[in-house]
Write a protein that binds this ligand. Structure first.
Ligand code: PXP
Length: 256
């Protein structure tokens, strides 16, 4: 099972101050050192977190693979063609959504046409294409017909299940969609809402070869890292010399 880590939230924190930290490119190095098989970023039309610069540098510097999530919009598609990540996952996108809310609606002819032409364009540029779909045989079959190499099954409903019964039902749905994907010759990926608590039953499903996980890993990183980060600031303050009454007469060295 390949683990692709979505690092969008690192950019979200940076964009909260429009500064240069934390840098998702540096975060990607740590994620790779910790054993991730790939780095996932979503280049949204409104650039609310990941910027074009991030994708450019990630493609240049990642030692693993870059999976770029984009909508079927001209601007991001041509950027993908130019920047050449190893994989593009096509996702639906709405400006007012907090996060991707569901899979591509491939039952609609207009969506099929847009996705089909995006698949052809990206593949012509040498990029592997995955389609983010709900875990139903129809979306999987439509993905095969459109020529994608892979599907990413939306695990949001599984993740949001409120009872064991519902969780079991959603897991069976994912198992069936995975089998349909494998039968259709597609690679099967999964993602959205996966956590340390709910990932194990999904990981046990035969046939899923890649998971994309972002929010839960970033949330844990903040909690496991906060104590150390606070301690380091505490130490800097504790090391500072006695107070000066004339600022400017004495300038402490910058750095840490
Ligand atoms: N897969 C896709 C297509 C997504 O859009 C997202 C969220 O950006 C994820 C996976 C990761 O979801 P989460 O952040 O809930 O782990």
């Amino acid at each position: 099972m390949r683990l692709y880590v979505n690092i969008d939230h690192v950019a979200t924190i940076r964009q909260a101050r429009r500064t240069d930290e934390p840098d998702p490119v540096r975060a990607a190095v740590l994620v790779e050192l910790a054993g991730a098989d790939g780095i996932t970023v979503h280049l949204r039309e409104d650039r609310r977190h990941i910027q074009t610069r991030d994708v450019r540098l990630l493609v240049e510097t990642c030692r693993t693979l870059v999976n770029l999530e984009v909508a079927t919009e001209e601007e991001v598609l041509s950027l993908a063609e130019e920047l050449q990540p190893e994989q593009v996952t096509l996702v639906p996108e709405r400006r007012d959504e907090v996060t991707t809310e569901g899979g591509l609606n491939l039952a609609r002819q207009e969506v099929q046409d847009r996705v089909g032409s995006a698949v052809t364009r990206l593949q012509t540029a040498g990029i592997r294409v995955s389609l983010f779909v709900d875990p139903d045989p129809e979306g999987v079959e439509a993905s095969r017909l459109l020529g994608a190499e892979a599907v990413e099954l939306h695990t949001g409903e599984y993740a949001n299940a409120r009872s064991d019964e519902e969780r079991g039902r959603q897991l069976s749905r994912l198992a069936q969609a995975t089998a349909a994907g494998r039968d259709a010759g597609l690679a099967v990926h999964a993602g959205h809402g996966l956590t340390y608590e709910n990932v194990t039953p999904l990981a046990a499903l035969e046939g899923i070869e890649e998971v994309n996980i972002g929010h839960s890993i970033m949330s844990r990183a903040i909690l496991v890292g906060l104590e150390r980060a606070t301690r380091e600031m505490r130490e800097i303050l504790d090391r500072a010399p006695g107070r000066v009454s004339e600022p400017g007469q004495w300038l402490p060295p910058m750095g840490y």
